[in-house]
Design a protein around this ligand. Structure first.
Ligand SMILES: Cc1ncc(COP(=O)(O)O)c(C=O)c1O
Length: 332
């Protein structure tokens, strides 16, 4: 059995699973279930906290007093990191992609309120963000500190433990519910949730195929990124695992106009889910993935999820991303 590394107990676990009885599916009698990872906390909610339990344990283990991480202006990961670091008494420095807005809102507002130091790198110069972080780390070292770097989304060989551990939880969930999913569905952005689910499914012998809907990049990118992270994980923790055997399934076609920009169908789908079930998704990640999943299920044998009878959707959080885009909802 696999041996887990040091982990902080930060998330509210286990999260429940809700059966969606009232969300209408057309031409399909599939049953959707939702793993409620948006309930891993309140201010710190969603998938990132599962990864950060491992990443921040490592930062403390290495006796760091500061954490640096990167992401978009509305990054859920940066918000979660900022708040958790403050709770743990660590300084936090966020390096965000884009221009500083006049009025911070959503995730960014919470980042500021939690006391994070925030730097901005323009879209044009973003390619150099890793170099910028290296300089920052040197600056902290010169000042007598030690800064730990968590890459975008905490998607690396440490962070992927979060969803490997979540698979152990899912195993128990399925036993308790007497449910066997045909598919386990997630949004994928930096690849760590997808990677953890794939590895954890194999390690804990979970039923169901892991299917991810990309909200940026493409299937080839996630294939390469996941194999790279899992290879590093395997080396770092000396795990016997066959990376070549990973069946990475990333369904393209639902990103819409671009990362962070959703089509009207996604906003309608979010509103319909809220109206019929009282569950809330966001337009950057979960809304796109849920919309894609529903479409693929309804395509039946022609879609990428044929024979879907029981489908588990991992609700990875992101609610604060709704508010900066509130003008895109059509309210009747
Ligand atoms: C709400 C939400 N869902 C899904 C994802 C995707 O997870 P990952 O970055 O592990 O691919 C993210 C972050 O990128 C997120 O913030």
């Amino acid at each position: 059995m696999v041996e887990f590394p040091k982990r902080l107990n930060l998330a509210r676990l286990p999260t429940p699973i809700t059966k969606l009885d009232r969300f209408p599916l057309h031409q399909s009698d599939a049953q959707i279930w939702v793993k409620r990872d948006e309930l891993t906390g309140t201010e710190v909610s969603g998938n990132k906290i599962r990864k950060l339990e491992f990443s921040l344990a490592e930062a403390l283990e290495q006796a760091c007093d500061t954490v640096i991480t990167c992401g978009g202006i509305q990054s859920n990961h940066c918000r979660s990191t900022a708040i958790l670091c403050t709770r743990l008494g660590l300084k936090v420095h966020l390096v965000l992609r884009g221009e500083k807005p006049d009025q911070p809102e959503g995730n960014l507002l919470l980042g500021y309120l939690s006391g994070a130091e925030i730097s901005y790198i323009s879209e044009r110069d973003w390619r150099g963000h890793a170099e910028y972080v290296r300089h920052l780390q040197q600056d902290y070292a010169k000042a007598g500190g030690k800064a730990f770097y968590i890459p975008i989304g905490a998607s690396d060989e440490i962070g992927i433990w979060g969803y490997i551990a979540a698979c152990r939880e899912l195993k128990k969930d399925f036993q308790q519910l007497g449910m066997t999913p045909d598919y386990i569905v997630t949004a994928t952005g930096s690849g760590g949730t997808q990677a953890g689910l794939l590895v954890g499914s194999a390690l804990f012998d979970l039923p169901g195929k892991v299917v991810a809907f990309n909200v940026c990049d493409d299937a080839a990118y996630f294939d390469q990124k996941i194999r790279q992270d899992v290879t590093l994980w395997k080396q770092r923790y000396s795990v016997d695992f066959e990376v070549e055997g990973l069946q990475i399934s990333t369904v393209e076609g639902y990103m819409g106009p671009g990362y962070g920009i959703a089509s009207p169908e996604v906003f309608d789908c979010i509103a319909q889910l809220a109206r019929t079930t009282g569950l809330f998704l966001d337009p950057v990640y979960t809304g796109k993935a849920f919309h894609g999943m529903v479409n693929e299920i309804q395509k039946g044998a022609e879609g990428s999820m044929p024979d879907a009878r029981n489908v588990l959707f991992i609700h990875t959080g992101g609610l604060f991303g709704v508010f900066p885009q509130q003008q895109n909802f059509t309210l009747e």
